[in-house]
Design a protein around this ligand. Structure first.
Ligand code: ATP
Ligand code: MG
Length: 196
């Protein structure tokens, strides 16, 4: 499951858990992006913060892992590179890529989209506020999966922190504490104003 995870929230975790259980996956690997090319217009928190929050949020689940492949690769993150790296690390495994309805709707604009389907089977999950559809996508490349509706977004979490509103129960407790400890998002939904 790829994502910016700025910060990781319970919508991500429920989707991952539900897909793991439904497809009986050995593990779900969370892959925080390096520089997300779709979010070039806003400043995204340092990759190391997003990576560590993802580790904290997933640490207690033995089936959840976190990969550094995108964080450690220079330049913008493209899912095709993520999948190539994961394929190399797991040559004998079947790979699935979990993505929410909003991201699935954009997939045709992704780099080297024709090759994506050979590298992984895509699982599109429901997300409140977005229509889940496989129109235009190869039928055998994508499976749609309903997951419990969690109307949570990282954008909303960042805005709440900036406004002094709580994010308890929207993100795991350890992530709330990490955000406070490092004063993330305090200056606004884009953490740029956090800089001195
Ligand atoms: P932002 O508001 O910064 O874009 P986000 O909440 O959309 O953050 P991302 O890191 O962009 O989170 O999303 C990573 C993946 O998780 C995407 O595939 C996205 O569709 C999916 N996702 C995010 N939130 C939910 C949710 N509440 N329910 C289901 N899927 C979700
Ligand atoms: Mg998003």
């Amino acid at each position: 499951m790829g994502g910016t995870f700025d910060p990781i929230h319970h919508g991500h975790l429920v989707a991952a858990s539900e897909v793991q259980s439904h497809f009986d996956l050995d593990e779900v690997i969370f892959v925080p992006t390096g520089q997300p090319w779709q979010k070039a217009e806003r400043v995204v928190s340092e990759a190391e913060h997003r990576y560590l929050m993802t580790v904290i949020a997933t640490a207690s689940n033995p089936r959840f892992q976190v990969s550094r492949v995108d964080v450690d690769r220079a330049g913008p993150t493209y899912t095709i590179d993520t999948l190539r790296d994961l394929r190399q690390q797991h040559p004998d495994d079947e790979l699935f890529f979990i993505t929410g309805a909003d991201a699935l709707a954009q997939i045709l604009s992704w780099k080297d989209v024709d090759e994506l389907w050979d590298l992984a089977h895509f699982i599109g999950v429901t997300r409140p506020g977005y229509e889940l559809s496989e129109s235009g996508l190869p039928q055998d490349g994508v499976t749609l999966q309903e997951v419990p509706a969690m109307a949570i977004s990282s954008t909303d979490c960042r805005q709440r922190v900036a406004d002094g509103e709580p994010v308890w129960y929207l993100v795991p407790d350890g992530v709330v504490q990490y955000i406070n400890k490092h004063h993330l998002y305090a200056g606004g939904p884009g953490p740029s104003s956090d800089a001195p």
